[in-house]
Design a protein around this ligand. Structure first.
Ligand code: PA5
Length: 447
């Protein structure tokens, strides 16, 4: 059964329920475009039935390989960027002890190739000098600059540390079935390889080996993750309209809000372990919807931390915001506010309460304050943070994004705008074939 529930009680003051219901036909037609593969980007719909496509054999193979890597790694490096990195990190951080590294939990998962910072990469090498490690290099295209640079450096390091033969056993490549430089290298070196399916784009790939292998190496139950996503997939396929489908309501609410001038969606969490889920959400929605000068800008905050920074803006700044809160029922651990003899801090009125009770009151109070300040509120409720509910959330957001993109009239599966910075960077670095741009950009920069 699906545990994720959508609560729109604090939205209807801004967008009446009747207005949302008027999107029913549109939702059904967009759903048809997805399932009949008739919409833009229809060759990138492999994620739609990815959860239900897993066989026991494929899951066991990933688990077994992950167990081997875990056994010989104090550190596991995930090399990738964008969709080839954020999904795995979102799941791993959602499901890990907050101080895993300092508590000695191994393998510790670290990331590389998601930027080009020299200091970060050099510091990472310091760590890898001291620790036993293995790594997954993930790139669907196999040609993305950031992970390619990181992998070139890390490959040299791991080969020097363990010798070429053992290094080969410690490197996993996750890439396209047949194309790209990484595929060629993996084949020539004999790395263990997983395929990013052709019809699954980077930001929709967390439930493919791109996410599952690192998640399994982190010791997280990928069966539960897939099961949660599968439940959401089944619901979505069964109810392709507003009648009992929370994804459809979410997509309709976003459209209605967008057309009423609410052009920034702030994803809110009250649990720091959901930070990277927000980063993943930002990438999924930003790259999918932000094109043709359209789209909701996806932002994120962690409360109550950011109530002491962004809270002021949300309460009283420009009124172009709406909030989507991921509301978690019960935490995994139990901790209560202690009674104090002196009560100097005047907290005895909440002595004996669980921290989560206080956190929930903060959530309720903040929601009402922000609604009073003109910020519509959508609540996505999950009973707890578990691999299963995270799987549900992932599929919820993926399908919500596809529905939203189609309703907006854009192709939610391409990312043409990402090329602009790359062309400039290549030109400025003097890459062959970019000579004309090099001269122009150099002049503009006054170099
Ligand atoms: O969603 C996307 O397609 C992108 O964010 C990619 O995942 C990202 O650019 C990395 O691409 P690649 O896996 O080809 O290295």
């Amino acid at each position: 059964m699906i545990q994720l529930k959508l609560n729109l009680d604090q939205l209807y003051g801004f967008v009446p329920k009747e207005e949302l219901l008027s999107y029913d036909k549109k939702i059904s037609s967009v759903y048809r475009a997805i399932y009949n593969k008739t919409g833009a980007g229809n060759d990138f719909l492999g994620w739609v039935d990815l959860p239900s496509s897993y066989t026991e054999e494929r899951i066991s193979a990933i688990e077994q390989h992950a167990a081997e890597l875990r056994a010989k790694s104090e550190v596991f490096v995930v090399v990738g960027i964008g969709g080839s990195y954020l999904g795995a990190r979102a799941v791993i951080e959602s499901m890990s002890h907050h101080f895993a590294q300092l508590c000695g939990h191994t393998p510790h998962i670290v990331y590389a190739g998601h930027h080009i910072s020299e200091d970060y990469t050099a510091d990472l090498l310091d760590l890898l000098d001291r620790k036993d490690y293995s790594m997954a290099v993930i790139s669907k295209s196999g040609t993305t600059t950031e992970p390619a640079i990181a992998f070139r450096i890390l490959r040299a390091h791991i080969e020097k540390k363990y010798g070429v033969e053992e290094a080969r056993r410690r490197i996993v490549a996750i890439t396209d079935q047949s194309r790209g430089a990484l595929k060629q290298l993996a084949d020539s070196e004999g790395y263990a390889t997983y395929v990013v399916p052709d019809d699954v784009g980077g930001r929709y790939s967390v439930l493919s080996p791109v996410g599952l292998l690192p998640v399994a190496v982190a010791g997280i139950d990928i069966r539960q993750l897939i099961d949660g996503a599968r439940k959401m997939e089944n619901m979505s396929r069964t109810v392709q309209n507003l009648h009992g489908n929370p994804i459809a309501w979410y997509a309709a609410a976003r459209q209605a809000l967008y057309h009423s001038g609410k052009t920034v969606e702030v994803l809110v969490n009250y649990e720091p372990r959901l930070f990277y889920l927000t980063e993943w959400f930002k990438q999924l929605y930003g790259e999918s919807e932000g094109k043709e000068n359209k789209g909701i800008f996806p932002a994120g905050v962690g409360f109550t931390t950011d109530l002491h920074s962004m809270g002021q803006y949300i309460q009283e700044g420009l009124r172009f915001l709406f909030e989507t809160v991921i509301s978690v029922g019960t935490p995994e651990r139990e901790l209560r506010v202690p009674e104090a003899d002196s009560d100097l801090d005047q907290l005895n009125y909440i002595a004996g309460k669980r921290l989560s009770e206080v956190n929930h009151k903060a959530e309720q109070g903040t929601t009402l304050a922000h609604v009073d300040g003109g910020v519509p509120n959508i609540r996505i409720c999950i009973p707890e943070i578990s691999a299963n509910t995270i799987g549900q959330l992932i599929y919820f957001f993926e399908m919500g994004c596809a529905l939203s993109g189609y309703m907006l009239g854009v192709n939610p599966f391409d990312q043409p705008g990402v090329e602009a910075y790359k062309k400039n960077m290549f030109a400025l670095l003097g890459k062959k074939g970019f000579e004309a741009q090099t001269a122009e950009l150099t002049k503009r920069l006054g170099l």
